[in-house]
Design a protein around this ligand. Structure first.
Ligand code: HEC
Length: 169
């Protein structure tokens, strides 16, 4: 029994994080070389995110049989000239009342070109909401207070991800 417990402790360096993927800044390095999905600017009109050509990078595309994105999946969305947003499948009951399992991020690019985490969590920090969504109008961001969870709930059937369809591979 003791051995079993020790064995478990071995795999849980962060208390309570068993089975979870807590992304570190280094996990985002090189995201622009990952598989990507282009989202056509016209189709992406009125999303609450700024308009324009966007690219969605995924570290590991879901397998054909996946009905949800596996823990450890990182999705980064880039719109040239706008904020870089990301979502990471953290699992372990994180964000259970929002987009279950998903943690939201904003990244900025350091002068050496590497991504830096600006904020992370179940929602943007106070004050970030509107800055993060300059495209939001009264009808979109206003009514939803620009919250990542509420808007991504529109894609709840695809595990809260809009641009990367499950079961497509
Ligand atoms: C007003 C609705 C709305 C809000 C608010 C919103 N999103 Fe999105 N988001 C979308 C839509 C629609 C897409 C897919 C089309 C596109 O690329 O714009 C998307 C795409 C994304 C993607 C690419 C993966 C995917 O789902 O296609 C990421 C990452 C993302 N959003 C992060 C965020 C973060 C972080 C926040 C909160 C700061 C946020 N979003 C708030 C509507 C929204």
């Amino acid at each position: 029994m003791l051995l079993l417990l020790l064995g478990c402790l071995d795999h849980t360096p962060i208390p309570g994080a068993e089975g979870a993927f807590v992304a570190m800044q280094a996990d985002f390095v090189g995201y622009s070389t990952w598989d990507s999905v282009g989202v056509d600017a016209a189709a992406a009109d009125d999303t609450g995110h700024p308009e324009g050509e966007r690219t969605v990078y995924v570290n590991t595309m879901p397998a054909a049989e996946d009905t949800s994105f596996p823990i450890g999946t990182i999705v980064v969305k880039v719109i040239p000239g706008a904020d870089i947003h990301a979502m990471v499948k953290r699992g372990d009951g994180f964000n259970a009342d929002g987009a279950p399992g998903w943690e939201w991020f904003e990244l900025v690019t350091a002068t050496n070109g590497e991504p830096v985490i600006k904020w992370r969590g179940e929602e943007p920090p106070a004050g970030e909401t509107y800055g993060a969504l300059p495209g939001a109008t009264e009808d979109t961001g206003g009514s939803m207070t620009g919250d990542c969870n509420t808007c991504h709930a529109a894609a709840a059937e695809n595990d809260f991800v809009h641009a990367v369809p499950l079961g497509a591979e």
